[in-house]
Design a protein around this ligand. Structure first.
Ligand code: V4E
Length: 224
């Protein structure tokens, strides 16, 4: 079955104060460590379309832009709080991921002979369509919940020396994104987050350091 949901999240700078607040009013629901490997073509065709393909601890995930009704947002009417949140469609079903990725690659090399290939569980599909690993890092994550239902707060420490917090709500397909935004805003209030600047994610920092030219291109194309 196709598994698709929308991840709505707001990143924040986690410091001693937010950690103290989290320990006071939140419940730590665990700590875990995971390794992420991100893949793209050598020309970065996926990420230039804001599509992020990764393998985390053996599981494939594809994050793509949402296609829902964002009229309010595109006309500049969205609230400041909502502007701090990102929304991505998350696909975890491998055949679906392979199909979507192949569609993008096929569009890009229309002149090349591309045959429909059956879905594959192993990694041979990557080399077949010329996908290479462009980022590989490990994160230690501490997760918390507050009383707000369905909201998770993660404190991430990446092995390349960057730490960042995120407030996250997973909205099932067709679910209520607006109420997720409101939950995130209330949670941010409880954590005492005051900044109105967008905070950089792990990948932004990783790309700045390891692929500065591609990072600059993603900025100029307004992907990041
Ligand atoms: C969507 C995206 C990327 C994929 C990784 O996304 P992110 O949620 O930052 O990673 P992580 O490890 O926290 O995943 P989770 O465990 O929550 O599933 S990499 C870059 N982007 C785009 C992007 C963006 N446009 N704006 C911001 C603030 N972050 C990321």
């Amino acid at each position: 079955m196709t598994q698709m949901s929308v991840e709505v999240e707001r990143k924040f700078v986690s410091n001693a104060d937010t950690l103290k607040t989290l320990e006071e009013i939140g419940v730590c629901v665990g700590q875990c460590q995971f390794r992420d490997k991100y893949f793209d073509t050598p020309k970065f065709d996926l990420t230039l379309k804001d599509m992020w393909l990764r393998k985390r601890q053996g599981c494939w995930e594809l994050k793509c832009p949402t296609t829902g009704n964002r009229t309010k947002e595109s006309s500049g009417e969205q609230s400041k709080a909502a502007a701090l949140c990102s929304r991505y469609r998350e696909i975890t079903d491998l055949p679906e991921i392979q199909q979507r990725v192949r569609e993008v690659i096929k569009d890009i090399c229309k002149d090349r002979e591309t045959e429909a290939s059956p879905p594959q569980e192993d990694e041979s599909w990557l080399s077949e369509i010329n996908l290479v690993c462009f980022a590989d890092f490990t994160t230690v994550r501490q997760s918390f919940t507050l009383e707000e239902k369905g909201v998770q707060i993660d404190l991430d420490q990446a092995d390349f020396g960057y730490h960042v917090g995120e407030i996250e709500v997973l909205v099932p397909e067709g679910g209520d994104v607006q109420s997720a935004l409101e939950k995130i805003e209330r949670t941010a209030g409880k954590l005492g987050l005051t900044g109105d600047q967008r905070v950089e994610g792990k990948m932004n920092v990783y790309l700045q350091r390891n692929h500065p030219e591609h990072y600059a291109k993603l900025l100029s194309e307004h992907v990041l």
